[in-house]
Write a protein that binds this ligand. Structure first.
Ligand code: FES
Length: 148
């Protein structure tokens, strides 16, 4: 795993480098470590509040630790009607966490998402942004086992 200091420095001289650097750090870590945001302030010569302000303005940037596998459940209407709630129940039970939480071993995070454009085969979940369609509750344990 590349050091976040090195990643930040790679973008230092580029226009819009701060946002690009956040992208790259999140790509490597799956989230933005708080220390990386503080370090970014020093590297890019901005105040800590500006560095955090940029990080929190964009909803796709996540400050704080998240799991290696980010599982998102589509909660838009077609998936909702198709039984997304049952999938959520099984995921929460299997992982022992609630939506929005990360497992203690740092492996899984559960999040909601809006429609991901796969409404032809609902309900839909994504694992690290890869969509899985027409999910049945009985399939969930096996899907998780494949990540473990
Ligand atoms: S509503 Fe869930 S993928 Fe479109």
């Amino acid at each position: 795993m590349a050091e976040y200091k090195q990643i930040l420095n790679n973008y230092k001289a580029l226009p819009g480098g701060l946002l690009e650097a956040y992208h790259a750090v999140q790509g490597e870590y799956n989230y933005l470590p708080g220390e990386a945001v503080r370090e970014a302030a020093a590297v890019f010569g901005v105040s800590a509040s500006q560095a955090f302000g940029t990080a929190t303005f964009y909803s796709y940037l996540k400050i704080g630790k998240r799991g290696r596998y980010i599982i998102r459940i589509c909660e838009s209407a077609p998936c909702h009607i198709a039984g997304a709630a049952e999938i959520i129940t099984v995921l929460e039970k299997e992982l022992g966490i609630k939506m929005g939480e990360t497992t203690a071993d740092g492996k899984f995070t559960l999040e909601f998402t809006e429609c991901v454009g796969q409404c032809q085969a609902t309900p839909v979940i994504t694992i690290n942004s890869v969509p899985y369609t027409d999910i049945k509750p009985a399939q969930v344990p096996e899907m998780l086992a494949q990540c473990r």
